[in-house]
Design a protein around this ligand. Structure first.
Ligand code: FEO
Length: 168
């Protein structure tokens, strides 16, 4: 199977984007730990692991279609880590950005009539809907809780983490 070069290049870029998202989530997890919010910290570590899995999923696809994998440099974590609401707002911004990246990839695959890649990306399209919804929900929860009820948010996230689909 021959995957068009522009798509291979873009998928390689997306591997780095997913790994950078993982990097950001790790930084967010560390910041939550420093703030004493251990459950949110653990939840963000898990998000980081998920992003690494997303990157690996793309990497394996490139290997499956016989394309070259190129691992780009990962830049330092970005995002406002000053307080819980800012952290989750940064996480939501990131998920919206990744959603756009995935949609651009889908549009490119369609343009090149690369139906294999189009089909492969369907999982990511669905995953992004889920991730944006989850982060939006967590942000709303934190805003409602304010500074004085953060431990209630922790308790709710802890309950959700007990289920296989870890949503807040
Ligand atoms: Fe893999 Fe949350 O983007």
């Amino acid at each position: 199977m021959l995957t068009p070069k522009p798509i291979v290049d873009k998928l390689n870029e997306q591997i780095a984007n997913e790994f950078h998202a993982a990097h950001n989530y790790m930084a967010m997890a560390c910041r939550f730990d420093a703030l004493g919010l251990k459950v949110l910290s653990e939840w963000f570590f898990r998000q980081g692991e998920e992003e690494r899995d997303h990157g690996k999923r793309i990497l394996r696809y490139l290997l499956d279609v016989g394309a070259d994998v190129h691992l780009n440099a990962i830049s330092e974590p970005t995002g406002n880590l000053s307080d819980p609401v800012s952290i989750v707002q940064s996480a939501l911004n990131q998920e919206e950005q990744v959603t756009k990246q995935i949609h651009d990839l889908v549009a490119m695959a369609e343009e090149h009539k690369d139906f294999a890649t189009r089909s492969f990306l369907a999982w990511f399209v669905d995953e992004q809907v889920e991730e944006v919804a989850t982060m939006t929900e967590l942000l709303q929860m934190l805003k409602l809780a304010g500074d004085h009820h953060l431990l209630q948010v922790e308790a709710r996230v802890a309950r959700m983490m007990e289920t296989p689909q870890a949503k807040p």
